[in-house]
Every structure is written in C-alpha cells, then in structure tokens.
Design a binder for this molecule. Structure first.
Ligand SMILES: Cc1cc2nc3c(=O)[nH]c(=O)nc-3n(C[C@H](O)[C@H](O)[C@H](O)COP(=O)(O)OP(=O)(O)OC[C@H]3O[C@@H](n4cnc5c(N)ncnc54)[C@H](O)[C@@H]3O)c2cc1C
Length: 464
C-alpha cells in the first residue's frame, strides 16, 4: 500500500466497483479499500464464490453483479480487501487497518462508497438471543448458504423483508408468519407518489410477483401489525403482537426483523462533512451536490451512503463521482466530464422514480422509532434503556450528545451504530422537540473497533 494515491475509494459495493472501473480507465493511481474479503458490498456479497444454484435463488438482480465484479477484476485498481477504514479527516487522510497493521494514507480525492446498514429499531426483547436482523440472515445465506432449520418469523417493513421471504421460500425454509408493521395510513401517503413509481414499474412488478408467490405457498402474512414484542427466558421463545385490535402470540426460536436501510455515515461524520436530516428517508445523510461533492473539498460520496437509492443508482452515482474526481485532478476537462455524465445521469434519474413511493409506503411508524417502553434496551453495548435515556434528557438540555455523556449510551464497541438513531428520536420525543439535522451523535474516529496494539502499530509504521 502506497502512502499517497490520486484517488482512494472506500467500499467495494456497486458504487465503489463502478467507480474503480471508471477511474482506472483513465490511468490514475487509485486504491480501493474494503473490509470484506471479496468485492460486491451488501447486494453482491460473495458474488464470485456463490454456487450457481444459490445465485439463482438470490435472483436476477444478484446475478447481475457478476459482470461488474469481472470488469472490476480486469481493471488496474489497487484493491485491498479485509482492510478496515477507521478514520477519515478533512485533509483526506485515511486511517486503515490492513493485515493487522495500522497506517495513515492520503489522497488528492477520496470517494466514500460505504453503503448502508439496516436501520436498528429497538422494541421489547430485541436483544434476546434468537432475534436478529433480516439482513444478517441474508448475509449468512449469500456467503455460506446457511438457512434457518427450525422455521422463522419475519417482521418489520421494507422491500428487503419481502425479498428475503421469497428467497427463503425457494429453499424450503419454514416461514411461520410475516408480520408487516406498515400502517394502513401509509397507503394513502404513498398513493400520490404512485404515478411517478409507474415509470419504474419493473420494481412494482417484481414486488407483486414476490407477494403472489408467497401467498401461493400459503405463507401467513399480516399487515398493520403493532406492539411487537420478543419474549423468552434468556432466549427467544415466542413473539407477541397486536393485529386488528387483538393480541396474538407465536412460538418461535427465531425472529428476523427488518425496518429498512439507512446510510452508513460514520466516515463522513468523522471527516466533519455536513449532514442533513432526510425526513422522507427517516435518516441522516451527508449533504452533497449532483456530482457527489460533500461540504469538504476533495471528499466525494456515492451510493447508498449518500442516501438510499438502490443498487443500480449506486453504480451510476459511483461513475458520476469519479468523473468529478477526474475533473478535479485535471485528468479530464469540464466538457469531457459533462459529456461522459449524460448517460449515467439519465439512467440514474430513471432508477430513482420508484423511491418516493417506497419511502412513503414503507415509512416506519413514529412510535416505533421513539419507543415509549421504558424497559427496552436502546444501547446494546452499555445496556442503557429507553427509560434511562428519557430520564437524562432534562439534565442534558435535550441534546443527544449530552445524553451520551450522562448515560454512556453510544460509547460501547459499536460506537452508536446500533443506537444513535433511536437515541436521537427518543431525545427529541422526550424533550418535545422536532427531530433535526443536529439530533444525531457527533461522529469521531475511530469509527470501527480497534485494539490498542493495532493503534500502536501506527507509530512503528511512522518510525520505519
Ligand atoms: C444487509 C443488507 C442487505 C442488502 N441486500 C440487498 C439485496 O439483496 N438486494 C438489493 O437490491 N439491495 C440490498 N441492500 C441494499 C443495497 O445494499 C444497496 O442498494 C447497494 O448495495 C448499495 O451499494 P453501495 O455500493 O452504495 O454500498 P454497499 O453495497 O453497501 O457497499 C459498501 C461497502 O463498503 C464497505 N465499508 C463500509 N464502511 C467501511 C469501512 N469503514 N472500511 C472498509 N469498508 C467499509 C462495506 O463493507 C461494503 O462492502 C441491502 C442492504 C443491506 C444493509
């Protein structure tokens, strides 16, 4: 690994891979850093190693990743897999952990393509063994072919939940029930976005096919479920929920939940980029322009890390951001940049027609984002409950960062990844304030867990 590159790309998902291919076509020095062992990111995880039968079950969208991975392998980017990026600053210095050795490298341009994470939504019992996120279930299937052997209940909201149910159905997993928390009122708010969504009707068709297949397979699916609770003594034994005014319960040792995805913003936060609350996507995302420029010169963002827009859009955004980087580096002229951006920008706009509909339809109910159940654990690392967070709000003058200092929530190994959103919502709710741009914890390095020995290896590297 060199000390300096013209371009560093962080993330080997569709955005980062497409960016790397475009960049190296122009002959610049470019490194791509990714914590996974192989390229693909979330959607194309294990795309190079998944057996054909598994790839078929994962669907045509997944299989399209093969071409991109092949293009990527053929390009001349310096690829560093299993490389964790633990810091980024406004001087475009990147802290990496590679082969157990820390190093600071720098670049003229940095493209953050760090993607998305599943939105953590705490509810009673969500920390019990036996409760996991649906995305984690899908990761096990994509990367190792592991599936639940004794049945599963799927609960939550969003396209990924439907997709996973359909994938599981095909490999014979027993789906005991699908519990959708999408309230009926979402239908109405989504209705106005429907005409535009028709311009991307292939997504709607795919969703309808999944639903039809699940129904034909006799899978029980309930809409507008509320009061979801996971119950058990030391491990999950059952779940309870409310549906059509009545309480229900299902015995299960495995519950997989999904509540949509949100941008992974830890690196752009650590760098000091400005972030905005996106009320439609119910998340925070870095401010950026049509080329992916953030508020810091030379730091660009592309893909779901910039705002959730899906896989195809991520690829186009990766290409556009690299054109901008190439222009800033003086490799291409403004006219060339503009000319080469016409097609990807047009395609990207087409892909995005579906988003407003999906965002309105799958919006998570406010009472789930800011739970009022005081005994629910919000910060899993430090075991801080919603009650403790609500109690700290007065002394913290309604500021999430002060709540963090007073309660230690967000100070554990995950550094707030699992609780930051929920804390922001609970603090705003308890203080009677509207959720805002500044409701989230401030980000700072290291954004990923690092041992002292790994950090200390930095000084040895500098001395040599
Ligand atoms: C768990 C999960 C499963 C999903 N499954 C599907 C699916 O099946 N179908 C679908 O259409 N969409 C799926 N999505 C949505 C999908 O991820 C995106 O639409 C698409 O992958 C976005 O591409 P991207 O390049 O922006 O990011 P990603 O594909 O998320 O790639 C980002 C990459 O950056 C790496 N990275 C992040 N931070 C660091 C760091 N600090 N150091 C080093 N590397 C880092 C990540 O490990 C990852 O490899 C899923 C999302 C999640 C969270």
């Amino acid at each position: 690994m060199r000390d300096h590159y013209q371009l560093i790309i962080i993330g080997a998902g569709p955005a980062g891979l497409a960016a790397a291919v475009t960049a190296t076509n122009h002959g610049i020095s470019c490194a791509l850093l990714d914590e996974q062992a192989s390229p693909g990111g979330q959607i194309y995880r294990a795309i190079e190693s998944a057996p054909a039968t598994r790839a078929q079950v994962l669907g045509s969208e997944y299989q399209q990743g093969k071409t991109l991975a092949e293009e990527f392998r053929a390009c001349s980017v310096e690829y560093f897999p299993e490389c964790k990026v633990w810091s980024l600053n406004s001087e475009r210095e990147v802290g990496v952990l590679y082969k157990d050795q820390s190093k600071i490298i720098s670049a003229d341009q940095v493209l953050v393509a760090s993607g998305a994470i599943e939105r953590p939504v705490p509810f009673p019992g969500w920390t019990l063994p036996g409760v996991m996120q649906a995305g984690a279930g899908q990761i096990l299937f994509k990367s190792a072919g592991v599936i639940p052997s004794d049945g599963v209940v799927l609960a939550g909201s969003g396209p990924l939940l439907l997709l996973l149910a359909w994938q599981y159905m095909q490999v014979g997993v027993e789906i005991k029930a699908m519990l959708d928390v999408t309230p009926h009122s979402n239908f109405l708010s989504a209705l106005t976005k429907f005409p535009r969504a028709l311009l991307a009707h292939h997504y709607l068709t795919k969703g309808l096919i999944y639903q039809r297949d699940l129904k034909r397979a006799g899978i029980v699916s309930k809409m507008a479920v509320s009061n979801l609770k996971a119950e058990g003594n030391g491990e999950l034994q059952s779940i309870s929920y409310r549906h059509l005014g009545r309480e229900h319960s299902i015995e299960t040792g495995l519950l997989m939940t999904h509540f949509g995805v949100i941008p992974d913003i830890w690196l752009t936060q650590a760098a000091g980029c400005q972030h905005r609350r996106d009320s439609s996507q119910q998340c925070w995302r870095p401010q950026h322009n049509e080329w992916g420029n953030t508020s810091i010169d030379g730091i660009l963002i592309a893909g779901d890390g910039a705002g959730i827009n899906g896989v195809r859009s991520a690829e186009y955004a990766g290409r556009l951001a690299v054109l901008q980087a190439l222009f800033s580096l003086g490799v291409i002229s403004q006219a060339e940049r503009n000319q080469q951006s016409i097609n990807p920008r047009k395609q990207m706009r087409k892909e995005r027609h579906i988003r407003p509909f999906l965002e309105a339809y799958f919006a998570i109910p406010q009472n789930m984002l800011a739970t009022t159940d005081k005994s629910t654990i919000i910060c899993r690392c430090e075991e801080i409950t919603a009650g403790e967070i609500r109690a700290a709000v007065d002394n913290a003058h309604g500021d999430s960062n002060q709540v963090k200092y007073l309660s230690r929530c967000g100070m554990g190994p995950c550094q707030g990844r699992q609780c930051a959103n929920a804390v922001a919502h609970i603090v705003a709710d308890a203080g009677g304030e509207a959720i805002s741009d500044s409701s989230l914890f401030r980000g700072r390095p290291p954004v990923a867990p690092l041992t002292l020995a790994q950090l200390a290896s930095l000084s040895a590297e500098n001395a040599s």
